[in-house]
Design a protein around this ligand. Structure first.
Ligand code: NI
Length: 408
């Protein structure tokens, strides 16, 4: 039990060794997306020890949820706030020489999801101990497969995690290796990109390399397409907005004197605005089909929508900003620049107002500078306590707010 006088900060200092141990345990035993069986068992076991209610497992394969019911008084007794963590690792061989390095060959927690999972367990522990300090329900959610499309968030929503009880709002966090330890960052509105992929096939007519007039050369046609789609960003995107269209692969032909039948282009498109995303996808289709037609070939586009943009609710952002300012000081709360990375927290944020914030974990003095998805990725573990403190403070602030943001 926690002494009533103990501050949240002191309580976190006290549980930090256990939090670090949990993170290291998960780091040593990483599992790829949709295979987080041991991780989910570990999580469910901890939640049971902590006494959470209504623990549900096996959601969308390995997802776990559980409830904490506040016993205090406040204006939001009938509200449910969901806290989300992701559990999956990456197909990367760890190059760190640390005691707690991955024990599973070829698999590594190189994005910090081990930290997110252990931090949400610590958050659950602190909120259980502080049940009397709020009225309302907290739903903790551990999801599979953030790294690989279609991700774990979407199937968990389809499995009903936003109902029973109905979730009103949500918070989530991510480690940030491009941000110094002791800093917190978030952005109101669109914060990460819509990340989509496209596959273009140009069907020409193959033949002898010395008789091009008897063929329709798909390499030349596809080259025109590659150049034309550069104008989607340079000529059709607002200079004050932003977008990326990258052709990452161009596959055609196999011999010096043969004109092939087909050429294939594979690429990615990143945008922030949803309408502009639709507009560019449509323009891409027009350029592919019409340029190919004009040159006597047939062009087809397959556009595969990836994770939508993370869009933070202004009101939820303000709650996190206030909490972070309290924990790390207002000067250490930074408005996050929008990023082109993808993140499937966005599916939850499409349904309920929320804020996804980032926790600085870089420490150049200790050589902890490697970025996400790098084989030498590692965090300064002092960030674990800071992130938990901001999260718990945000939760308590949410429940104390008169008329907080809620789902429509
Ligand atoms: Ni990640």
């Amino acid at each position: 039990m926690v002494a009533a006088s103990q501050t949240l900060h002191d309580a976190i200092d006290e549980i930090l060794p256990g939090l670090v141990a949990d993170r290291r345990h998960l780091h040593e035993h990483p599992e790829l997306g949709m295979q987080e069986y041991e991780t989910a068992r570990f999580v469910a076991g901890r939640l049971q020890q902590l006494g959470l209610e209504d623990i549900r497992t096996g959601i969308a394969n390995t997802g776990v949820t559980a409830l904490i019911r506040g016993t205090g008084t406040g204006p939001n007794a009938d509200r449910t706030l969901m806290l989300r963590a992701d559990m999956d690792a990456l197909p990367i061989t760890e190059e760190n020489e640390v005691e707690y390095r991955s024990q599973t060959p070829g698999v590594m927690h190189a994005c910090g999801h081990d930290a997110h999972t252990s931090m949400l367990l610590a958050t659950a522990r602190l909120l259980m101990e502080r049940r009397a300090e709020f009225a309302g329900t907290v739903k903790v959610l551990f999801q599979p497969a953030e790294e690989a499309q279609p991700g774990g968030a979407k199937p968990m929503i389809e499995a009903g995690v936003l109902e029973d009880p109905r979730v009103d709002a949500s918070f989530g966090l991510h480690m940030a290796q491009d941000l110094e330890l002791g800093r917190i960052t978030a952005r109101p509105g669109a914060s990460s990109a819509n990340s989509d992929r496209f596959y273009i096939t140009v069907q020409g007519k193959g033949g002898h390399g010395a008789a091009p007039h008897t063929t329709i050369d798909p390499i030349v046609v596809a080259s025109q397409i590659v150049l034309a789609i550069q104008t989607l960003v340079s000529r059709e995107t607002d200079p004050l907005g932003s977008a990326v269209v990258t052709v990452g692969a161009f596959n055609a032909g196999s011999a010096p004197n043969v004109i092939p039948d087909t050429a294939e282009l594979v690429g990615s498109m990143r945008t922030f605005d949803t309408d502009f995303r639709d507009h560019l996808a449509e323009r891409l289709d027009t350029l592919v089909t019409k340029i190919a037609t004009a040159m006597g070939a047939t062009g087809t586009l397959r556009f595969v929508r990836g994770y939508p943009s993370v869009v933070n609710d202004e009101g939820m952002f303000e709650i996190v900003r206030a909490a972070a300012s309290e924990v790390v000081g207002p000067d250490n709360f930074v408005i996050k620049p929008a990023s082109m990375g993808g993140e499937d927290m966005s599916y939850f944020l499409q349904q309920v107002p929320g804020c996804f914030f980032h926790v600085g974990s870089k420490n150049a003095g200790r050589g902890l500078v490697w970025g996400h998805h790098h084989p030498k990725f590692d965090i300064d573990e002092a960030s674990l306590g800071i992130g938990v403190e901001v999260m718990v403070t945000s939760v308590l602030r949410y429940f104390a707010t008169e008329n907080p943001p809620v789902r429509a």
